[in-house]
Design a binder for this molecule. Structure first.
Ligand code: 5GP
Ligand code: MG
Ligand code: MG
Length: 186
């Protein structure tokens, strides 16, 4: 993808790279303070969380371990159903460990809520969530998200790990797609 294509595909830059990186450093400082003296396991949710995981882990001063899960929501429509299938489970046993789930975005929160109860059943010492982005609907759910980067409007965003049909994950910023890219409609 060259710059010309990028310019045509994106409606606008919602969060530029420097604001993302400032926020990641801010979240890392809070996490460093909160988990001081404890062993922390970061659990990234593939694939969207790869960028935030990589940058957050490097911004932390704490020594951390990193593990990954890949999950997929069942369901025919475009909305997640809340019924989730594990595509890749954790390598590590999290019993008695301090676990921080690292997410790219929370929309309905259904996937995350399933993930939280799944991981909670493995008896970690603690379980918290860090998400870079949160949409308005997620605020209404019961999930208690300890670390939130940005509350964003209810728009479809791409970049910094987030895809549309597996594209745009490698953009260093978060942007909104031009309507013609996903079919010209809403
Ligand atoms: P939830 O179960 O919270 O409704 O769905 C969360 C998942 O939906 C995210 O991990 C992400 O994969 C996808 N998602 C939700 N909103 C967006 C968005 O604006 N852009 C992209 N690229 N994916 C999104
Ligand atoms: Mg995600
Ligand atoms: Mg996706």
């Amino acid at each position: 993808m060259d710059d010309k294509d990028l310019g045509a595909d994106l409606a606008n830059v919602l969060i530029p790279e420097d604001r993302l990186q400032d926020k990641i450093r801010e979240l890392a400082a809070q996490i460093d303070a909160d988990y001081e003296g404890r062993d922390l396991l970061l659990v990234g949710v593939l694939k969207g969380a790869v960028m935030v995981m990589a940058d957050l882990a490097r911004a932390l001063h704490l020594p951390v371990s990193m593990d990954w899960m890949a999950v997929s929501s069942y369901g025919s429509g475009t909305k997640s159903s809340g019924v989730v299938r594990i595509l890749k489970d954790l390598d590590a046993d999290i019993t008695g460990r301090h676990v921080l789930i690292v997410e790219d975005i929370i929309d309905s929160g259904l996937t995350l809520s399933w993930l939280v109860s799944n991981l909670q059943s493995r008896n970690p010492a603690s379980l918290e969530i860090c998400t870079l982005l949160r949409k308005p609907e997620a605020v209404k759910t019961e999930i208690d998200v300890r670390y939130v980067g940005f509350d964003i409007p209810n728009e479809f965003v791409v970049g910094y790990g987030l895809d549309y049909a597996e594209k745009y994950r490698n953009l260093p910023f978060v942007g909104t797609l031009a309507p013609h890219v996903y079919g010209g409609g809403a």
